[in-house]
Structure formats: C-alpha cells, structure tokens
Ligand binder design. Structure first.
Ligand SMILES: [Zn+2]
Length: 145
C-alpha cells in the first residue's frame, strides 16, 4: 500500500494534479455522460470525452505554473456563481431537513385545525375517537385519530 502511494506520489510529482478547474471538467464530463445515456446525443458524448480528456491532461500536465494561472483565472471568473451556490446549499439542506421533520410528524401525529379558532393542533395517531381540547380557545370536540 505504501509502495503504491509512493508510486502515485512520484507519478504526480511536478504535475498539476487535481485542482478546481480540473474537478469542474470531471464533473462536466460525468453530467454529459448521463445526458448521453438518456438522449443518445453524439454531441453530448463528444463533449463528455473532450471534458474527460482535458481534465486528465490537466492532471498530468507538467506546466503547472500555466495550469495554476488558468485555475486562478477560472476561480476569479466563477467567484460570483460559486458564491451563489455556496449560499444556496445550506438553504436546500435546511429545506430537506424540514420536509423530513414534517413527514415524521405526519406519520406519528394527526394534524388538524381547531373548528372554531383554526389553530393547528396535533394528536398522536392510533388512539381511536378521543376528545380534544384546543389549547388556544379551549373548545372541546371529538376527533378520530
Ligand atoms: Zn381553538
């Protein structure tokens, strides 16, 4: 294993390796591959291959100063877009967490509105017919849960 690592490290010594620009092209290649699978488009396939070859070529390129410069340019030009996605990610995570929480709630609780004040109430499921007291207006009513 260590020998393998050593060989790998030697192989990449003095080469560009994986940087943000290379990673973007690898992702683009993978997405285009998916597009090819669904659309059977030759153009998508050629683009996927081009992206893949470019990202591999970058990895092994020995002119790492030029590659570094390209990567910096890429990072500069995409700063706004990347910032947008970085800001978006926690929002999506929060929304998924909230959706999961709501689903769990619906599974274990029956959620309904009070007939007189429309306050949202929740009662554990599977109790049959029970008398519910609204915790806001104190109206009592029978509910099947
Ligand atoms: Zn009420």
């Amino acid at each position: 294993m260590n020998n393998f690592r050593y060989k790998l490290a030697r192989m990449f010594a003095g080469r560009t390796g994986v940087d943000a620009l290379g990673r973007t092209f690898t992702w683009a290649a993978m997405i285009l591959m998916l597009v090819t699978m669904f659309s059977h488009s030759n153009i998508a396939y050629l683009l996927a291959m081009a992206c893949l070859i470019y990202s591999i070529w970058r990895m092994f390129s020995k002119n790492y100063q030029k590659r570094y410069y390209e990567n910096q340019m890429f990072l500069q030009k995409t700063a706004k877009i990347r910032g947008f996605f970085i800001r978006l990610t926690p929002n999506i995570k929060n929304k998924i967490a909230k959706m999961r929480y709501d689903m769990d709630q619906r599974r274990t609780y029956k959620i309904f509105k009070c007939p007189s004040c429309k306050q949202k109430l929740r009662v554990p499921r599977g109790r049959g017919k029970i008398q519910v007291t609204c915790n806001r207006c104190r109206t009592q009513f029978i509910k099947k849960v």
